[in-house]
Ligand binder design. Structure first.
Ligand SMILES: [Cu+2]
Length: 184
C-alpha cells in the first residue's frame, strides 16, 4: 500500500488485550493506543536498533498515548500489569512503496522552534514537491499541505493551539520528522 502521508492506527486497550494485537504500518504512521476500560500500560519490550522505547499508562486518567515509529522492523510491547495473561502486542513497520527508508531523510531545517505563527522549512531539494503533514501528539492531523518548487516553505501556524506537534515531510521517496513546539 502506498501512502503519501501519515496514517493513524488506533489500538483499543481494554479487557486483557490490545485490539488489534498485531499491526503492520509504515514509517511516519502514528500508533494511537486508546483506553477502553481497566488499568493498563503500553510498554515496549523490544524495538529495532535506533528506535525509541516507550512506556505509558493507559487508564481512566491517561486515556491515550501516541507513538510514531520511524525505523523499519518489529516492535513488541506489553501491558506491564497483564503481560502474563497474554496482554501483548506486535507492530511491524515496513517501508511504503514511495517511502523507501527513513534513513534516507530529507534532512530539512525547521525554524523557529518553538514557533508562534509562521514556521519555515528549508528543504535541500527544491525540484520535487514536498508534502508537509503535522499531527498533534494524539496523532490527529492538524495540517496537510503540498509545496512545489520551494527551497523555503512558509507554513502558517495560525489556528493551532499551544503544544507539541510532529512535523512530517515527505519528498519523493524520502521522509523526515521533527518535533515542533507551538506557543501562543
Ligand atoms: Cu493491562
Amino acid at each position: 500500500m502506498a501512502t503519501s502521508f501519515a496514517t493513524t492506527h488506533t489500538i483499543s486497550v481494554g479487557g486483557m488485550s490490545f485490539t488489534p494485537a498485531t499491526l503492520t504500518v509504515h514509517p511516519g504512521d502514528v500508533i494511537n493506543w486508546v483506553w477502553a476500560d481497566g488499568t493498563h500500560t503500553t510498554t515496549s519490550t523490544s524495538v529495532p536498533t535506533g528506535a525509541a522505547t516507550w512506556n505509558s499508562n493507559i487508564n481512566s486518567s491517561t486515556t491515550s498515548f501516541s507513538y510514531t515509529p520511524t525505523v523499519i522492523g518489529t516492535y513488541k510491547y506489553q501491558c506491564s500489569f497483564h503481560a502474563a495473561m497474554g496482554m501483548v502486542g506486535t507492530i511491524t513497520v515496513v517501508s511504503a512503496a514511495n517511502v523507501s527508508t527513513v534513513n534516507n531523510t530529507i534532512g530539512f531545517n525547521m525554524y523557529p522552534n518553538p514557533a508562534k505563527s509562521v514556521l519555515h522549512l528549508q528543504l535541500p531539494d527544491n525540484k520535487l514537491p514536498v508534502t508537509i503533514t503535522m499531527t498533534d501528539l494524539r496523532g490527529v492531523i492538524v495540517l496537510h499541505k503540498v509545496y512545489s518548487n520551494v527551497a523555503d516553505a512558509e507554513v502558517n501556524l495560525d489556528g493551532l493551539n499551544s503544544g507539541l506537534y510532529i512535523v512530517n515531510a515527505v519528498q519523493g521517496n524520502r521522509v523526515c520528522q521533527q518535533q515542533l513546539s507551538v506557543f501562543r
